[in-house]
Design a protein around this ligand. Structure first.
Ligand code: CP
Ligand code: NVA
Length: 307
């Protein structure tokens, strides 16, 4: 049966380790795997803006011997004119996989249900699982074994990044802390899913509303924009609410001395993070951004092998 990657918990802990190991292997030998030789085409669809995702998928698909077909929803029949299921049926006759950055998770699910080729979520309102594969690869490179590490995600706990941190890091056996204002907590169903995963993996999930408490002794501190794509109209209200959740030197000083800092980017310096932290010695954001390429290539190889 075709496997899809719509949320971080679509893969088991063993499968996640397998994909991360493959990513490390392929990073060391960039052109070693060519499953898309032909070239076969992968459709990469964008309903929202992107720099890293667009470039890393386009380059990664080419590295695998294939060719990317970048589709902007504004110039396609998706986005109200044609259903995801009809689009899926058309695309599967021509492409090897579908990568889609969109708003609602339901569209991705409909796409996946109606196609025989793998569908990859390259960011929705609810999850950003490709980013998490890159982040886990980065954490592994800097800290070694993931299981047992403490990671604190600071910011909008109900955002795609907050949710993906909850699911992907508990899958990896990590202790996850989400630090957020109460009104921006993760969806209870996602916390419940993360808790069930953590019970099996030996990790844990805690939602906290105090930044100081949440970063205390952490191995990894992560933040993201306070204003995700689609939430621009709420900017003033969000900036006012998130003010006490800025990651600055003081917060990093409460984490472990050897803690690393991650941010999926794009960043708003002076809002969710100070320049001295994001551009400082503990920041690994450029490795993290490069790892989008390696992690997604491994994911595509793995999904094509399991199709
Ligand atoms: N981190 C990330 O997904 O960046 P883009 O929006 O530039 O793709
Ligand atoms: N949470 C951010 C991530 C951007 C890559 C957003 O959805 O805009």
């Amino acid at each position: 049966m075709t496997r899809h990657f719509l949320r971080d918990d679509d893969i088991s802990p063993e499968e996640q380790s397998e994909i991360l190991a493959l990513a490390a292997e392929m990073k060391a030998d960039r052109f070693s795997r060519r499953p898309l030789e032909g070239p076969q085409t992968v459709a990469v669809i964008f309903d929202k803006s992107s720099t890293r995702t667009r470039v890393s998928f386009a380059v990664g698909i080419a590295d695998l011997g294939g060719q990317p077909l970048i589709i902007s929803t504004a110039n396609s029949q998706l986005g109200g004119k044609e259903t995801p299921s009809d689009t899926a049926r058309v695309l599967e006759r021509m492409v090897a996989a579908i990568v889609w950055r969109t708003y609602g998770q339901a569209g991705l699910e409909e796409m996946a249900k109606n196609t025989t080729v793998p569908v990859i979520n390259s960011l929705s309102d609810d999850f950003h699982p490709c980013q998490l594969l890159a982040d886990l690869l980065t954490i592994q490179e800097h800290k070694g074994d993931l299981a047992g590490l403490t990671v604190t995600f600071v910011g909008d706990g109900g955002s795609n990044m907050g949710h993906s941190y909850a699911l992907a890091c508990t899958t990896a056996g990590m202790h996850v802390r989400i630090a957020c204002p109460p009104s921006f907590s993760p969806q209870p169903s996602v916390v419940g899913d993360a808790r069930a995963i953590a019970e099996q993996s030996g990790g844990s999930i805690t939602v906290l509303h105090s930044l100081d408490e949440a970063v205390e002794g952490s191995d990894v501190v992560v933040t993201d924009t306070w204003v995700s794509m689609g939430k621009e109209a709420e900017k003033a209200e969000r900036v006012a609410t998130f003010g006490s959740f800025q990651v600055g030197a003081e917060a990093m000083g409460k984490a472990r001395g050897d803690a690393i800092f991650l941010h999926c980017l794009p960043a708003d310096r002076g809002f969710e993070v100070t320049p001295e932290v994001i551009d400082g010695p503990q920041s690994v954001i450029w490795d993290e951004s490069e790892n989008r390429l390696h992690a997604q290539k491994a994911l595509m190889v793995w999904l094509l092998e399991h199709a």
